[in-house]
Design a protein around this ligand. Structure first.
Ligand code: SAM
Length: 231
């Protein structure tokens, strides 16, 4: 899979996508991630990428020309038109289900807004979808783009050791995960549940299933209600 991030702060994104599990997957060729500086594509003689809003009001608006040119360059470089996502507090809230769907696409591009946002005309022309990371407003789309990139990238084949790594995790099947424990078996008088030390894999699996349901009931009863409705 290829992911192109369009931003006026590529350095914020570069560091993240070249570190840890995602960085290792990029180095191993399991996925490609490119960060593009929208400013490199501006035709403005002062290299500006924003201007004052028509109609007046506070702040600046990102101009359409450099975003359009950046997108064209991505299409030309890759030889394909990516599914184009604008990170926006006005978009559909990101879910694990949507991340799974996006991870099956061969190529996505992610546009990070800044200031008051992006000129609507270039969004109308290029964007296939707006995605929000929650009902609150950040200063820019870089953190949201990295959230989306991370959650999608870890679902791409070969990025994690096996699909079991994410299939048992919270939200994959609509429930929260069971509690996790590691060494030592007793820590400050708190013991690991005995069943986990038993070596009986069938009993451990049953215990985890039960704990997953209890965890969901306790922390997110709304999720459990939705899950039960679907059955
Ligand atoms: N004026 C816009 C509005 O009211 O809808 C908000 C602009 S916000 C200050 C600047 C940029 O941050 C947005 O263009 C978007 O890319 C990003 N952003 C802010 N909050 C976000 C969120 N919850 N999810 C995704 N992107 C967000």
């Amino acid at each position: 899979m290829r992911i192109d991030i369009m931003t006026i702060f590529p350095e914020l994104c570069e560091n993240y996508v070249h570190a840890s599990i995602i960085g290792r997957a990029v180095s191993a060729g399991k996925l490609e991630i490119f960060c593009h500086n929208i400013r490199d594509y501006t035709a403005d003689k002062h290299h500006r990428t924003d201007d004052t809003p028509y109609g007046g009001g506070m702040g600046m608006v990102m101009t359409p020309q450099p975003i359009d040119a950046c997108f064209d360059a991505i299409c030309a470089q890759s030889g394909s038109r990516p599914h184009m996502i604008y990170m926006s507090p006005q978009g559909q809230t990101l879910t694990q289900r949507r991340a799974v769907q996006l991870s099956k696409l061969p190529h996505i591009a992610i546009l990070c807004g800044h200031y008051e946002g992006v000129d609507q005309r270039v969004l109308d022309k290029l964007c296939d979808e707006e995605i929000s990371i929650g009902d609150y407003v950040l200063t820019g789309g870089e953190l949201p783009a990295l959230v989306l990139t991370d959650t999608v990238a870890r679902l791409v084949d070969g990025v994690l050791a096996s699909s079991a790594c994410y299939e048992e995790e919270s939200h994959y099947n609509g429930l929260l995960e069971y509690p996790q424990y590691t060494r030592p078996p007793v820590w400050q008088n708190r013991a690991v549940p005995e069943i986990l030390l038993s070596g009986d894999h069938a009993k451990i699996a049953a215990w985890r299933k039960e704990q997953s349901l209890l965890n969901t009931q306790r922390k997110r009863p709304d999720l459990l209600a939705t899950k039960l409705q679907q059955q």
